[in-house]
Design a protein around this ligand. Sequence first.
Ligand code: NAD
Ligand code: DAU
Length: 333
Amino acid sequence: MNLLITGGAGFAGSNFIRHIIKKYPNYKIINLDKLTYAGNLNNLKDIEGKPNYKFIKGDIADQRTVLKIFRNYQFDAVINYAAETHVDRSISDPEDFIKTDVLGTYNLLEGIKQFTISKYIQISTDEVFGSIKRGKFTEKSPFKPSSPYSASKASGDLLCYAYIKTYKLPIIVTHSCNFYGPYQYPEKLIPLFITNLLEDKKVPLYGDGKNVREWIYVLDHCNAIDFLLHKGMLGEIYNIGTGVEKQNLEITKIILDELGKNKKMIEFIKDRPAHDLRYSLDSNKLKKLGWETEYNFKEAMRETIRWYSKNEWWWKPLKSGEYLEYYKKQYLS
Ligand code: NAD
Ligand code: DAU
């Protein structure tokens, strides 16, 4: 199978490429990535040079680039991981979110409309549904995004829905809960808190720390996308969740305990604007098709903390320079 994976130098995309290369050595992968601050070729150091893998630096928001790649290569499937992904950044500067998450998705959809592709998978988020106090979002729940990030993702997803209906294109849209695992940029809750504590710095918890997220180990998400690539029904929407819901304070305590730190390392700070209280997905549709999780939350969290503890070479450079400037502006002014 020939695959185009966009955003493959990021956290989830790089884990997925590693998963595919290991499991299907005869598949060919092109990784199209703009290498924004979140794109990092160190995520794929062990894959570089493999004969069935090729990296192309390019922007999905540029239609000429996208169409040229579709013209030059033949793909059986396209999986779109490329996005601006950090909610806080979308609040301070939304423009790139609109360009990549909306215009970028449109360009890829035009690519699959103009060329023959058997399957397109849109990697999207539970955040498009907004916050839910009780119960769970199904695939039919209405979109009520709260941040420029989730509004951009929702817009990209709506374009997918329209291209399914209007042009009958072979598209699958996925809404997933929060990922955790190795190679996640240390601006997101779990890697930020682990690496701060490894550096003996405090961890900035927003508001009262009672917001709830549903968590999936990134390798379980890879398995879900692999499953949908081979068995997903075209034109369908799938939630990808685990039922593992935790308050941010609980996640923080797990990390503190594992690293032998005490609660004094928590700094409660000003809340995120429009901070969604809780996300929760009903993932029965995907489970009924035969997908199930493989990893246990406690063990996978422990493995994740161990990974960051052992791989300072990977995250240390990311916590200097540009990131620190952003962090200071956001939290310390
Ligand atoms: P990430 O921020 O780690 O990586 C995003 C990647 O996309 C980077 O490599 C970046 O360089 C690339 N990129 C950004 N703009 C681009 C452009 N214009 N053209 C080409 N490449 C571009 O993201 P992630 O956390 O791995 O998320 C991957 C996908 O999964 C995103 O679509 C995100 O919305 C979705 N998602 C993430 C989570 C999560 O918890 N991280 C949960 C649900 C869904
Ligand atoms: O739900 C899926 C989404 O999960 C993805 O679509 C996004 O791309 C991804 O970034 C993530 O969004 P969240 O906003 O849930 O993730 P983040 O790691 O930024 O925050 C998780 C929770 O922790 C959230 O309630 C905010 C809180 N938080 C976050 C940071 C970075 C803190 O309390 N302090 C922090 O410093």
